[in-house]
Design a protein around this ligand. Sequence first.
Ligand SMILES: Nc1ncnc2c1ncn2[C@@H]1O[C@H](COP(=O)(O)OP(=O)(O)O)[C@@H](O)[C@H]1O
Ligand SMILES: O=C(O)C1=C[C@@H](OP(=O)(O)O)[C@@H](O)[C@H](O)C1
Ligand SMILES: [Mg+2]
Length: 166
Amino acid sequence: MSPVVVLVGPPGSGKSTIAALLATRLGRTHRDTDTDVVNEAGKPISDIFVDSGEAAFRALERAAIVAALKDDDAVLSLGGGAILDPETRADLAGHNVVYLDVSIGEAAKRVGLGVARPLLLGNVRTQLKNLMDARRPLYVEVAKLTVTTDGRTPEEIADEIVEHLG
Ligand SMILES: Nc1ncnc2c1ncn2[C@@H]1O[C@H](COP(=O)(O)OP(=O)(O)O)[C@@H](O)[C@H]1O
Ligand SMILES: O=C(O)C1=C[C@@H](OP(=O)(O)O)[C@@H](O)[C@H](O)C1
Ligand SMILES: [Mg+2]
């Protein structure tokens, strides 16, 4: 009664991309809690932040995570800040959680300068550094496996995770 695997890590680590790839390879459904939140709210994440603030986004995110963790067909990707919630960290304890690690430089290149990730607006590299410094111990705390993603293709990363799943 739990997802096949749950991917965590900072923005730009490739959670959504790798989860989609894994789901195809494993014949499962890809579920992404950011997508669930957008569908529930009926607007993009950037609009939720502007209209209602980060706390409102986190409440929607928490509800999406509670529902998604019951989905036993899913390969699940969370948003980068999901692990900030102590209840989510506790809920993840029984799950097969993989932390996708990425350097600041590589993550900055991958996310670019778009408005889709409101927490990275301004100086993307500085924001990423602050997020990663604060969150790294939390990603490590919830993860059963850490996978390096710098200089590796999504296919190579998916291979390592499939091997880990056995
Ligand atoms: N291993 C990789 N190498 C190069 N680009 C990648 C890799 N993984 C993801 N990307 C690209 O980085 C961007 C962010 O990926 P995404 O899956 O949305 O990350 P996350 O969900 O962790 O924020 C996308 O444009 C994606 O195509
Ligand atoms: O790091 C964060 O706090 C966030 C990461 C985003 O997801 P990705 O990590 O998939 O970009 C999204 O949930 C929201 O913009 C907040
Ligand atoms: Mg994502």
